[in-house]
Design a protein around this ligand. Structure first.
Ligand code: HEC
Length: 173
């Protein structure tokens, strides 16, 4: 018995380590392919879990090329999207955002949040527009002003110039 115990202690971690990447297709949840405006606006209004563009939580002036008329803005990335930022908090050259990446731009007038502009990557969604993004404007209370069903028709003419549709680097170098 005394000889077997060390052997068991050695084998156990090896077996459990194998289990984590050997789950087989049947045990993984299927990737989500749809989200509603209600669920997306709730994600966008979460108060924690964000990385700010250039690691700055203060507001920036809108750029001359911005289609967003509010004078100031603040752009934040969820954990999935932040994987495409460099150490300075800028989008990496040639970045390609993974599904469930969420980018929220707070549009601010006179220090007050006016609305949210939202991009959410979900390539399998019926609402996905150019680049596999869902596009929306939400009011501060989360109600849709331009919902995801618009498939980014009002957005992509400008955004196609960005890195995987994201315009922060060229507008705020
Ligand atoms: C006239 C051009 C233009 C149009 C139209 C436009 N945008 Fe933008 N957008 C920009 C620019 C430029 C930026 C970079 C920040 C800034 O200066 O506003 C930006 C930034 C953003 C960001 C922050 C992430 C990023 O791409 O840098 C989001 C989110 C966003 N826009 C969503 C939208 C949505 C949703 C629509 C359509 C409903 C839209 N935009 C329409 C030009 C435009």
């Amino acid at each position: 018995m005394k000889r077997i115990l060390p052997l068991v202690l050695f084998i156990l971690p090896v077996v459990s380590a194998c289990g984590s990447d050997d789950d087989g297709p049947g045990t993984q949840p299927p990737p989500a392919t749809e989200i509603t405006d209600a669920a997306l606006s709730t994600l966008a209004r979460a108060t924690t879990g964000w990385t700010y563009y250039k690691n700055r939580a203060d507001t920036l002036l809108r750029s001359a090329g911005s289609g967003h008329t509010e004078a100031r803005l603040r752009t934040r990335f969820n954990v999935k999207a932040a994987a495409q930022l460099d150490a300075a908090g800028k989008v990496r050259a040639g970045a390609s955002f993974a599904d469930s990446s969420l980018i929220v731009k707070e549009l601010i007038i006179a220090g007050q949040l006016n609305r949210y502009a939202v991009m959410y990557k979900l390539r399998g969604s019926a609402n996905a527009g150019t680049g596999g993004w869902l596009w929306a404007y939400y009011a501060p209370d989360g109600s849709p002003q331009t919902g995801i069903a618009g498939r980014g028709a009002a957005c992509v003419a400008c955004h196609s110039a960005g890195i995987d549709q994201v315009r922060m680097n060229d507008s705020h170098p």
